[in-house]
Structures are given as C-alpha cells and as structure tokens.
Design a protein. Structure first.
Length: 456
C-alpha cells in the first residue's frame, strides 16, 4: 500500500483520550446503545460523520476575523454569493445555517401532499423533509449501485429507464422535481457521471420536471468524473463543477462537507418565483436573506472553504486517504462496498455477518462493538436509519452498511490504521457483536434518538 503525505502541516492539535473498556461499556449503557448520545469527549476516533467535522485552514480562520456582523447586507454575504455563483452559475443564492434547512425550505415551497420526488438515493434528512410534506421520496438507483462488490465506476447513477417508466406510471404533474445526491452517500459514497446527469436532465426537462442536486460532496464527485470519465480528463475541477451544475435548475448544499466549514449551507435556484417564495419562508424561520441563520464570519469561512475544496491536490489526497482505509480493511478480509467512495468506507454487513438476524440490527450492533472495543464511533446506514416507514412499519433494506466517514484534514493514517485494527479484532471474535432490540423510537429519523438494549 502506498501512503501519500498530507498536503498540509499541523498548526494546532486537540488532545483526545482513549477511555478504558469498562468506562466505554458504562457510556454505552448510559446512552442506551446509541452512539449519537455519547459525548464527543468520550470518543477516541470519531468517524460518525464527515459533516461539520473538518479542520479549517489558516485562510479560513483568518477569514473569521473579517466577519461583518451587520444585520442586513454584511459584506461577507456578497463574497459568499459571488463565490457560489461563480462555481455553480445559479441566479439566486439563499443562505441557510445547514443543508437540511435548505431542503426544508425547498420542499416546503415546492411540494404538496401526494407529490413524488425521484432520486438516485435520498439521504436521511432529504427523505424526512420530503415525507414531512406528505410527499413520497422514490429511489431509482442503477442496479450496479445495489451490488456492494460491483466495480462499476459510477454506482451513484440514476436508472434512466426506471425514471422514464415511473414518469409514465404516475404522470409528470405529480413529480414537481427530480434530485440527484452527488456523491451518493447512502449508496456507499459513490459518484454520478456527467453523462448520467446530462441524460437525466434532458429526460426530466422533456417532461417539464426540474432537477436539483443534493450537492454536499459535489467537489469529490467532480474529482471522480475527472478520473473516470475520459471526456473530462483534461478539465479543471472547477470547470467540471460548472458543467455539472449547468444541466440542473438548482441545488441544496450542506457546506459542512465540501464547504470545509463547521456550519453553514445554502439553496440555489434559477427559478425566480420559487426563490421569492423561499426567501419569504427564510425570513420567517432563519433570518434576513443576507445572513440566513449564519454569522458573517461563518459566511466568510464557507466561501473560502468552497474555493479550497476545488483544489485538485487536496482532493487527490482526500480520496486516496479513504481508499487506503479501505485497503487496510480488505487486507483484514473485511468486506467493503467497492470501489471505495469519496468521503467514507462502507462495510458490507450482510457479507460480514451473514448469519446475524437482520431484525436484530447487525449494522447497529457493529457500531456498538467498535466503540466498546476501541472507542471508535461509526454509524449504521441500514435498518435503523432507513427501515422505519411513514406508517410506522419496518422494512429491512437490501443493504446493511456501517459507514466510516472520514473528517476532512483531521486524522492521520496512523489513526486509520488503529480503526482497521479494531475492526479486525471484532472480525476475529464476532461474539463481541451482540444482537439488539429497540426500547423506544421517534416516528421520524429515529436513528438520532433511538434507545436500544442488548439481547442476552
């Protein structure tokens, strides 16, 4: 395995602590076996999410000192607006304090009861915001994306034949918009090709349906396009991004991912009427249109981060670091979703624990074991996250995954070698992974607050 040096050096360090195993077990009991409820100070390596967990650059920290905290028209907003418009080409740029608020603003303004929104795979907040409007979130991922061992280059693509059939089935009037998640988080962090984006756009627009991107990890998606789509091999990442956005009508974005910031997001659209409606809602729930729930200093940090995330040297290291973790796990014969994605490694739990009853939550059980044995926090993308239906029933999804999301510019390869060693430990003694049952759950997005207990 080749290890690349980080394209940055450390200026500030944060002390982290490895709790003794008995204390970790006590923390699990106190948290009702939900790792979201464990204090971050009690986690040694935190791979729960790559959202808002990045290390900001010296350039971003310097930008914080330039925060203009005027209520209306702060100068940081205009830099934020110009930066996003320069990257995306969209007319209307609406700030929000994080991505799920941008989703809420979009769907509250654009959907009505009974509508459908089609996508490759809706992530949890997107799906919940659609269903909150009594609409339906429909996933139409290509078949390769459902096979963890497929080596297809663009497993995040949407199945265009299924899209065409679905439009014929329900009628275009019931589908106010289509979406694409780039990269496709719930499907293994897999990229979407520009060819697929263009064809999907043409198909939707033919039927009068708009297209919006969930653009949280757009820069990583553009890097994969450059690496895997021959037509764009000589393009810059920024030019690929502009081309990608050209075929869409707008996007939502959590800038806590490829904005390299700890908070922030935005909604962008070319639809002036929709933008006006959204802005009115923004004022009601987030704030004035030139700050949208964010401080001026955070608008500045996001704008600078969006520019830094387009740097090809940074993206190369980012993707290679994720790949190296995947190789470490595969060397230990731990099955992962292949090929490795852009922001995380996903362990294929169905292959890892083929005899573990799915109704006893094997993915979640692995996350518990990882914390108990190594003080490592990961997250399940499987039955608990995706199985609860709007009517309260539970459907076991086809894929059961554990995601190891790598914060940007935070951990070294030594940290990731430690993570792989803990996974190897539980692989060699699977009795460390114990079945679970739910004691209490919320009706929406239950994984954040669910309470469980281990079954003796």
């Amino acid at each position: 395995m080749d290890f690349l040096p980080e394209p940055y050096k450390t200026k500030t360090v944060e002390r982290i602590h490895l709790l003794p195993r008995e204390k970790r077990q006590r923390k699990l009991i106190e948290a009702h076996y939900n790792l979201f409820k464990i204090p971050a100070a009690d986690v040694f390596i935190d791979l729960l999410t790559d959202s808002g967990t990045s290390a900001m650059s010296d350039n971003q920290w310097a930008g914080l000192q330039m925060g203009d905290e005027s209520y209306a028209g702060c100068r940081n907003y205009y830099f934020f607006e110009d930066t996003i418009r320069n990257i995306t080409g969209f007319k209307n740029i609406i700030p929000a304090h994080q991505g799920r608020v941008a989703e809420n603003l979009l769907f509250t303004s654009a959907l009505k009861k009974g509508d459908y929104v089609i996508s490759n795979t809706h992530f949890d907040t997107t799906r919940a915001n659609i269903e909150h409007q009594k609409a339906h979130a429909v996933d139409l991922l290509v078949e390769e994306g459902k096979d963890p061992q497929s080596e297809y280059d663009f497993k995040g693509n949407i199945d265009l034949d299924k899209v065409e059939d679905f439009i014929k089935k329900v009628g275009a009037k019931k589908i106010p918009m289509g979406m694409l998640t780039v990269t496709n988080n719930a499907g293994g962090g897999q990229p979407v090709s520009l060819e697929n984006i263009k064809a999907y756009s043409e198909l939707l627009h033919k039927h009068g349906i708009s297209l919006y991107l969930d653009a949280c990890r757009y820069a990583e998606n553009c890097y994969f396009i450059k690496q895997r789509e021959a037509a764009y091999r000589d393009w810059t990442i920024k030019d690929i991004a502009r081309e990608m956005f050209k075929y869409t009508d707008g996007c939502t974005m959590s800038a806590k991912k490829d904005g390299l910031a700890n908070i922030g997001g935005f909604l962008a659209t070319n639809d002036d009427k929709l933008a006006a409606k959204i802005t009115n809602m923004l004022i009601l729930i987030e704030g004035f249109p030139t700050y949208g729930g964010m401080a001026g200093r955070d608008l500045e940090a996001v704008a600078r981060g969006l520019i830094e995330a387009l740097d090809e040297e940074y993206l190369h290291y980012r993707v290679q670091q994720v790949k190296c973790l995947g190789e470490l796990l595969e060397e230990a014969e731990i099955p992962i979703v292949r090929p490795p994605g852009g922001h995380a490694i996903y362990v294929d739990i169905n292959s890892f624990l083929p005899d573990f009853p799915r109704e006893k939550y094997p993915g979640w059980a692995v996350t518990v074991a990882m914390y108990r044995e190594g003080c490592v926090r990961t997250t399940e993308i499987g039955t608990i996250m995706q199985g609860l239906q709007p009517d309260g029933t539970e459907i076991i999804p086809r894929l059961e995954l554990v995601r190891l999301a790598i914060p940007r510019r935070v951990y070294s390869m030594a940290h990731l070698q430690y993570v792989a060693s803990i996974f190897k430990k539980i692989k060699e003694n699977k009795k460390l992974i114990k079945p679970l049952r739910i004691k209490w759950q919320a009706p929406v997005m239950r994984h954040f607050t669910v309470e469980l207990e281990e079954i003796p």
